[in-house]
Design a protein around this ligand. Structure first.
Ligand code: ASP
Length: 359
């Protein structure tokens, strides 16, 4: 693993030497500023490489939370920031255990009068899944902002420091209250329910093409223009307080010449739910549909989503006849998150459908 100390050209390590002893534990508290807790989970924003032109072969999750905080001393003019390390992994390795740990910790923190908002640093690859999970399980109207970066801290023109600064700024803004979990990258404020990663390496990868952004950060100011319309955070029925695990939900991808056997494999492996990334408006081939219906008969909840990248999968009479669920405008990876939580409450397809209609 490359550590901050071993990197010669590192925005984070050079800033951390400039801010002497500015550890998260000893920073003085300014009573006039909000208290923002930063929870770190890893990703490129904590990534490091030996080359400052390397933006693909670096080690994600190499730098700790103190290094991230000390690199952006400007945050202390906006808020009293302190940090905690929840995990330090690339986001493909964020699993259900990390989700539960993070969600529970945020609920503990936001229940305290001493915390006004939370920022989560996270890898961008699965950031939208964690964001939507938190949108459904955080029991507070206080701001929660998830932030990542597309370039590691060691890169020329790394984007992480400014994204982190903006995230703290958003979390410190009174208008951010009650907006659900937000994602900040590239100056845009996206709703967890709507935004998705659209590009493998570009810094403008997070897009909210159909429903739009909640707002922007521009000229050092936070501007809000929209509100999420679906239920979230304090209005959500989902409660993880006593959960130690989440039900297994797998995603299958629709393609020409496919068969039924992947459904059988998922059911045999213990799936309690299956999301299908259907073609077009959630279409399934005859064989795929047969596999899905067989899974439903075995007691597994099956949700039709779409591989198109946008649009609503409309609910049909055939869904009701087959005991299947349609995903509304949730992409497959977010439909999986909602289905896992729905299955903690019920196995009834009609009731699960109402969750997909409301959240
Ligand atoms: N592979 C990284 C991750 O998701 C990518 C990133 O953070 O941008 O952890």
């Amino acid at each position: 693993m490359v550590t901050s100390a071993s990197v010669t050209s590192n925005a984070y390590s050079s800033a951390s030497t400039a801010v002497s002893a500015a550890t998260t534990a000893t920073a003085p508290v300014n009573q006039d500023l909000p208290n923002i807790k930063i929870l770190a989970t890893g990703g490129t924003i904590a990534g490091s490489s030996t080359s400052n032109t390397d933006v693909t072969g670096y080690t994600a999750g190499a730098l700790g939370i103190d290094t991230l905080i000390n690199a952006v001393p400007e945050m202390k003019e906006v808020a009293n920031v302190s940090g905690e390390q929840i995990a330090n992994v690339g986001s493909p390795d964020v699993d259900n255990a990390v989700l539960l740990k993070l969600g529970k910790r945020i609920n503990e923190l936001l229940a305290s009068d001493d915390v006004d908002g939370v920022v989560v640093t996270h890898g961008t690859d699965t950031l939208e899944e964690t964001a939507y999970f938190l949108d459904l399980v955080v029991k507070s109207n206080k701001p929660v902002v998830i932030v990542g970066a597309m370039r590691p801290a060691t890169a020329i023109s790394a984007d992480g420091s400014f994204n982190l600064y903006n995230a703290v700024k958003i979390a410190s803004t009174p208008e951010a209250t009650g907006k659900g979990v937000m994602i900040e990258l590239n100056d845009r404020i996206g709703a967890a329910r709507y935004i998705t990663k659209t590009n493998t390496t570009g810094t403008d990868t997070f897009k909210s093409t159909e429903q739009g952004y909640l707002g922007v950060v521009s000229g050092g100011k936070v501007y809000f223009y929209n509100e999420p319309t679906r239920k979230h955070t304090a209005d959500s029925v989902f409660n993880i307080t006593d959960l130690t695990e989440l039900p297994q939900v797998d995603i299958l991808y629709e393609y020409q010449n496919n068969g039924s056997y992947l459904y059988d494999a998922a059911v045999a492996a213990g799936a309690k739910g299956i999301v299908v990334a259907g073609s077009g408006n959630g279409s399934l081939s005859k064989l795929s549909k047969a596999g899905a219906i067989k899974a439903v008969k075995a007691g597994v909840a099956v949700v039709r989503s779409t591989r198109t990248g946008s649009g609503v999968v409309t609910h049909s009479d055939e869904d009701d006849q087959n005991g299947m669920i349609s995903s509304d405008s949730l992409n497959p990876q977010k439909a999986r998150i909602l289905l896992m939580l729905a299955l903690t409450q019920t196995k009834d397809a009609k009731q699960i459908q109402t969750f997909f209609d409301e959240y």
